[in-house]
Design a binder for this molecule. Structure first.
Ligand code: NDP
Length: 333
């Protein structure tokens, strides 16, 4: 098996030399264990946090040890009759070609699923659940809301915008980092408005896109985006604070929004959340969202990098905005 180890903690932007691909021989599965051959790996922004040596809500990656992350694989050998050979499973032993795992650590994909297995790393996986939890349960989306989402062309953001429309938003606004992404949001995903945050100040562009203010903000970016959303918020607006990717590679503390007192004057609600706290919502998420993905009401796009050895490259590219939709690495057919 081949597996990636983190061999140096990145300072600022990660480099491919922070990672090493290591070969080792895996033993046969013991009682209750499976050998899984990975097909698709996920690279996600939270992994950047785990590369720093600091514990936040999750433990950091250890140096010189196999890295973890979402993956879909096929069971190649099994000693658990409940998960026989040939089963497609999603699990957390990514960043590697093969994984030896207790059967309790994998989740079989629905047998009759109409979508590609990789969708369980994106729209119907952790990022999709994040979008659902944040929009539905943290921001409490209601019919008629004007919704703004940053990072809108990414895995989470593209789901937020499409779910907002399904839940009856009056207006859905997204921001992203290139003209191509803006066109994708407007023309393919049906956003009512979208803008390129690199082209002009976020605050001005958001004010133009939301002449009647915003009722919900789903924050993937932090920094200027959060300040702009506070500035454009209507009274009693609700913010789902999901991430702050504009600061993940920062080597000094990012500038805070300068208008936090408007949280008081506008009576805003800001709710931070972590999706792994909400496993109890996974079932209703699948029930509500999987049919919309299957019948095309929700569109799914992926950026696919080919080859296990390119996983670090895919991760770094994702942090730079090289993906439209979910960034995944295909390691085997
Ligand atoms: P994406 O698919 O959105 O990929 C990351 C994107 O971030 C890039 O494509 C890039 O797009 C954008 N980006 C990078 N740097 C900046 C910057 N300086 N300013 C603005 N945008 C930037 O990733 P995910 O959908 O997986 O994650 C989106 C967010 O959700 C992240 O903040 C992540 O940490 C968070 N998250 C939180 C979870 C939780 O439980 N709270 C769970 C899962 C994700 P662009 O070209 O537009 O710049």
């Amino acid at each position: 098996a081949r597996e990636f180890h983190l061999i140096a903690r990145p300072q600022g932007e990660p480099a491919v030399t922070d990672f090493a691909l290591v070969t080792r021989t895996l033993p046969d599965p013991g009682p209750g264990e499976l050998l899984v051959r990975n097909l698709v790996l996920s690279v996600d922004p939270y992994m950047r946090g785990k590369m720093s040596g600091v514990r936040t809500y999750t433990d950091p990656y250890e140096l010189n040890a196999p890295m973890e992350g979402g993956a879909v694989g096929v069971v190649e050998a099994s000693t658990d009759p409940a998960v026989p050979t040939g089963t497609l499973v999603v699990h957390n032993a990514g960043w590697r070609s093969h994984a030896l795992l207790p059967a309790s650590r994998v989740r079989p994909l629905p047998a009759d699923s109409p979508v590609d297995p990789s969708v369980y790393l994106g729209a119907l996986g952790m990022p999709g659940l994040t979008a659902y939890v944040g929009l539905r349960h943290k921001a409490g989306i209601r019919e008629g809301d004007t919704v703004f989402v940053s990072g809108a062309a990414g895995a989470v953001g593209s789901m937020v915008g499409q779910l907002a429309a399904l839940y009856g938003a009056r207006r859905v606004i997204g921001s992203a980092g290139s003209p191509e992404k803006v066109a994708y949001l407007r023309d393919e995903l049906g956003f009512d408005a979208a803008f390129d945050y690199r082209a002009a100040p976020v605050r001005e562009q958001l004010a133009d896109a939301a002449p009647d203010g915003i009722d919900v903000y789903f924050d993937n970016v932090g920094g200027d985006h959060l300040e702009a959303a506070i500035a454009c918020a209507n009274d009693f607006a609700r913010f789902a604070i999901c991430g702050a990717i504009s600061g993940y590679n920062a080597t000094s503390a990012p500038r805070a929004p300068r208008n936090l007192f408007q949280i008081v004057t506008k009576r805003l609600t800001l709710r931070g959340f972590i999706v792994s706290d909400e496993p109890h919502l996974a079932e209703e998420f699948q029930r509500e969202v999987a049919p919309a993905v299957a019948d095309g009401r929700i569109k799914v796009r992926e950026t696919v990098v080919e080859g296990l050895e390119r996983t670090p490259e895919a991760f770094i590219s994702m942090l730079r905005g090289g993906n439209i939709g979910k960034m995944v690495v295909r390691v085997a057919e």
